[in-house]
Design a protein around this ligand. Sequence first.
Ligand code: 2AM
Length: 503
Amino acid sequence: MQTNRADIGLVGLAVMGQNLALNIADHGYTIAVFNRNPDKTREFIACCERQEPSSERLIGCVDLAEFVRSIKRPRKIVLLVKAGEATDATIEHLLPHLEAGDIIIDGGNAHWQDTTRREKRLSALGFHFIGSGVSGGETGARFGPSLMPSGTFEAWQSLEPIWRDIAAKVDPDTGKPLEGAAPGKPIQGGIPCTAYIGPNGAGHYVKMVHNGIEYIDMQLICEAYWLMKNLLGMNAGEIGKIFEEWNQGELSSYLIEITGDILQQKDPEGDGYLVDKVLDTAGQKGTGLWTAANALTLAIPANAIAEAVYARALSALKDERVSASQMLDGPVVTQESDRKALIEAIRNALFCSKICAYAQGFQLMAEAQIEYDWQLDFGTIAQIWQGGCIIRAGFLRKITEAYHRNPGLMNLMLDPYFKNALHEGQSHWRKAVSLAVANGIPVPAFGSAVAYYDGYRSAFLPANLLQAQRDFFGSHTYERTDQPRGKFFHLDWSSSDRQQNEV
Ligand code: 2AM
């Protein structure tokens, strides 16, 4: 084994690790690979030798010390092992073999607080640690993921050429992802979907918010489908065609595109459409929950993102719902006669709700950067998401443009493009939500998005009464509309003289 030959190393040869290693090799880098179970390494190398054009740039190692020695210094070692304890265990195994200045890059689905903790520990030991969000599933890993790295800037500079090479690329003129990569033939040119996000856990944080947005994006699409099915009696194939049409316009995105395909898929095992046979219970791995929990912690109203998590939780209560459907009544659904008008209303509901959902995600990141001492570049984050990842969409280019127009934008809904879209679409949006409620069809994401819009644009909310209630039972004090902010009052509400005191 020749030492110091590999440009980079990678630990963890499950699906994501294998695909990312091949992506790196396809870009001309020599990469050493290691897996805890050595059989996997041997199988991977043997398989690549049979069918991968870049296999001569893969160095399979079954001994960890040999693996580390085979990498050029300062070493860059990518981890793609199971998030959590496995990541910590792998780092501990690597540490005795590393030398000062070496860089560990965690490309797993780590919680950003774990990344912050690991970065702190490793930097105290003289090593660098980069947490990099990787989005796009196995195809993304193989031919161009969206990459959200954070850590010390020095370490990023060392990693940057490789990360920019392997990332998804978008067309600089249209913002559309460049497609057509094949084994041994990566995409040339284009804007890479990666950039330095910030220190410590910032990259995994941004990846977490990406996933929270992914949850709500998916839920909104499901509600649009459900309204067409229930209010218009359309079958899955017909609805799929509508999504295909929508994919040509402002809603154009990967998720809309695959939804069109999914809905038109016939059941290979029998009659009808496959989607009608898929059990209506959704799983979750936790990143949507992390986003919603963090929004609660930071007191940011990301209610649509949270609703998307709750919607999956409610879907999982299948048996309970089946029983309750026999016991709890609702209105009889009245089918709408004007199909064209309702489809347009639903399209607007989807678009307006999507604006709110993204506004919430970006508002959350804006608060997080203050709370966690980061300086996030929102235009760049939206640009990184334009290719490679699950939420990739033409829409994200509009977000980048909005932040370029005004880097200090308070809320995405206030940007002229999005404001105009909300103004133009809201009567349709309200019609779709009203019809859903009148007919007893659940639309938690559409409904919570419209509540967010209406709440955000309200100069007055009933929190006057709420604060008075708090003062009544808990002496929590209140401010007055006719006094400067910061002056607090308390009334002894239940005593006979009802005296107000400044406190
Ligand atoms: P394995 O093939 O030896 O199980 C995804 O599960 C990847 O994480 C796999 O490469 C797996 O290695 C690795 N992994 C899981 N738990 C691990 C641990 N405790 N230590 C090291 N690698 C682990």
